[in-house]
Design a protein around this ligand. Structure first.
Ligand SMILES: Cc1cc2nc3c(=O)[nH]c(=O)nc-3n(C[C@H](O)[C@H](O)[C@H](O)COP(=O)(O)OP(=O)(O)OC[C@H]3O[C@@H](n4cnc5c(N)ncnc54)[C@H](O)[C@@H]3O)c2cc1C
Length: 367
C-alpha cells in the first residue's frame, strides 16, 4: 500500500488526505501544528463561497469559481449559510470596471445578475455608488465545515497527528522522510509521498524556500468583526472594483466581517526565509484599522457607520505573485525537485479544491 504524509490540517490538507485515502488507496498520516484542524486561514477568512462575481478582471478565476461553486455547496451543504442576500455594488469613481463590463462578465460565465430593487439601492449613497446587483453567493460556517471533515477523516482511517509540527522534509529510503515534533517527542515518518499544505508557510522547509520565493507573496491581513445595524444584517455586501470594501456574514462568530482592500492588508512582502509569516503574524500586537475601514465604507453605505465593532482576527494571506494585476486566484500544485516526492499545494480560495483534485487525478502518484 502506498503511503503519504500530509503536512497541514487546513481545508486543503484535510481534503487532500481524504482524497488520497478514499480515491487513491493511500495510507495517510496528517500532521497539524495546532491542537485542532482548520484553525488558520481556513477559519480566518471572509467566508465567501465564490461564485465568480468577485473576479471581473480574471475571467479564468471567475469561470472556475462558477464551475466549482455548486460542487462545494452540494458537498458541504450543512456548512453553507444561505440566509442573507448578497449584493455587489459598483463604485462610481475609481472602479476598474463599469456596469457594462460587469454585466458582460456575468453573461460570459453564465452567472445571473439582477438589478437590486429601489429600496435596497436606497441603502447606498447615490453619489458614490452607481449600480447595485443581487446575486446568489453564499457564506460558509468554518466550524461546521471542520466538524464534518474531522468525522470524514476518522471514518477514512487517517492517522491524524494534532499538535505535531513537521520540522523537515528530506529524501527518504522509499520516497520522503518527514521529521516532526510533538512537545518533547520527536517522530520520523517515511512515506512514498508528502504534501506540503501549509499555505502561508509553504516555504518553511529548506528545500522549498528558493522555489517559493519566486512565486509567493504574503499579506498580513485584518478581518474586523462587527455587528452591523439591523437594516444591514440580512445582507452580504461587496463594493467593487478597486480600493473598496466587503461586509459579509461571518457565520462562525454570528457576526459580519468588514474588510477593506486598502486597510485590511497591514503589510505585504514576498516570500523570504528571513520573514517567516507566522513570526510576523504572532509578532508585536497589531493595531486595528477598523475605524479607517468604517470611515471609508460609510461613504458608500452610510448605515455602516452605526455598526458595533467587536474584535479583529488576523491571518497571513498568501497569493501568487503573477496575479498581482488581475486579482486572479489560480491553484498551485508543484511536484518539484530535489525529491519529486513532495507536492506543494496552494489553493487560493476554498472552492479551488476541485481544481486541485482534478490535477491530482491526472498525476501518476506511484511514479
Ligand atoms: C483574509 C483572508 C480572506 C479570505 N477570504 C476567502 C473567502 O472569502 N473565500 C475563499 O474561498 N477563500 C478565502 N481566503 C482563502 C482561503 O482562506 C484559503 O485559500 C484556504 O483557507 C487555504 O487553506 P489551507 O488548508 O491551504 O491553509 P490553512 O487553513 O492555513 O491550513 C494550513 C495549515 O498548516 C498548518 N501548518 C503550518 N506549518 C505546519 C507544520 N510545519 N507542521 C504541521 N502543520 C503545519 C497550519 O497550522 C494550518 O492549520 C481568504 C484568506 C484570507 C487570509
Amino acid at each position: 500500500m502506498l503511503t503519504a504524509v500530509v503536512i497541514g490540517g487546513g481545508f486543503y490538507g484535510c481534503s487532500i488526505a481524504l482524497y488520497l485515502a478514499q480515491q487513491r488507496g493511500f495510507a495517510v498520516t496528517l500532521l497539524e501544528t495546532a491542537p485542532q484542524i482548520m484553525q488558520r486561514a481556513s477559519l480566518v477568512n471572509q467566508a465567501r463561497v465564490h461564485n465568480g462575481y468577485h473576479y471581473p478582471r480574471s475571467l479564468t478565476t471567475a469561470a472556475r469559481s462558477r464551475a466549482n461553486y455548486p460542487l462545494f455547496v452540494a458537498a458541504y451543504a450543512e456548512s453553507v449559510v444561505r440566509d442573507f442576500t448578497k449584493l455587489y455594488a459598483l463604485a462610481r469613481i475609481g472602479s476598474k470596471i463599469n456596469a457594462k463590463q460587469m454585466e458582460s462578465l456575468c453573461r460570459s460565465i453564465d452567472a445571473p445578475l439582477v438589478r437590486a430593487p429601489r429600496e435596497i439601492e436606497a441603502l447606498f449613497a447615490p453619489n458614490t455608488v452607481s449600480d447595485v446587483y443581487i446575486v446568489e453567493e453564499y457564506a460558509f460556517n468554518s466550524a461546521i465545515l471542520a466538524r464534518k471533515i474531522e468525522a470524514e477523516l476518522l471514518a477514512a482511517g487517517i492517522d491524524i497527528r494534532l499538535a505535531t509540527e513537521a520540522l523537515a522534509v528530506e529524501q527518504g529510503p522509499g520516497g520522503v522522510r518527514v521529521e516532526a515534533q510533538r512537545g518533547l517527542e520527536h517522530y520520523v515518518f517515511d512515506a512514498d509521498l508528502a504534501f506540503n499544505c501549509t499555505y502561508c508557510n509553504l516555504g518553511q522547509f529548506a528545500s522549498k524556500s528558493t522555489e517559493m520565493a519566486q512565486v509567493l507573496r504574503h499579506e498580513l491581513t485584518e478581518i474586523s468583526l462587527i455587528e452591523p445595524p439591523d437594516e444591514l444584517k440580512a445582507f452580504g455586501i461587496t463594493v467593487m472594483d478597486g480600493p473598496f470594501f466587503s461586509c459579509m456574514p461571518f457565520p462562525t462568530a454570528g457576526l459580519h466581517s468588514l474588510t477593506h482592500v486598502r486597510y485590511t492588508p497591514h503589510a505585504t512582502w514576498d516570500e523570504d526565509r528571513n520573514l517567516a509569516p507566522d513570526r510576523i503574524l504572532h509578532g508585536d500586537g497589531h493595531q486595528t484599522r477598523v475605524d479607517w475601514m468604517l470611515r471609508d465604507a460609510q461613504r458608500f453605505l452610510p448605515a455602516l457607520g452605526r455598526s458595533r465593532y467587536v474584535r479583529s482576527l488576523y491571518e497571513v494571506k498568501t497569493v501568487l505573485k503573477i496575479n498581482d494585476g488581475n486579482d486572479g486566484r489560480p491553484i498551485m500544485l508543484a511536484r518539484s525537485p530535489p525529491y519529486g516526492k513532495m507536492f506543494s499545494v496552494l489553493g487560493g480560495k476554498i472552492d479551488n479544491i476541485y481544481d486541485i483534485i482534478e490535477r491530482l487525478n491526472s498525476e501518476d502518484l506511484a511514479a
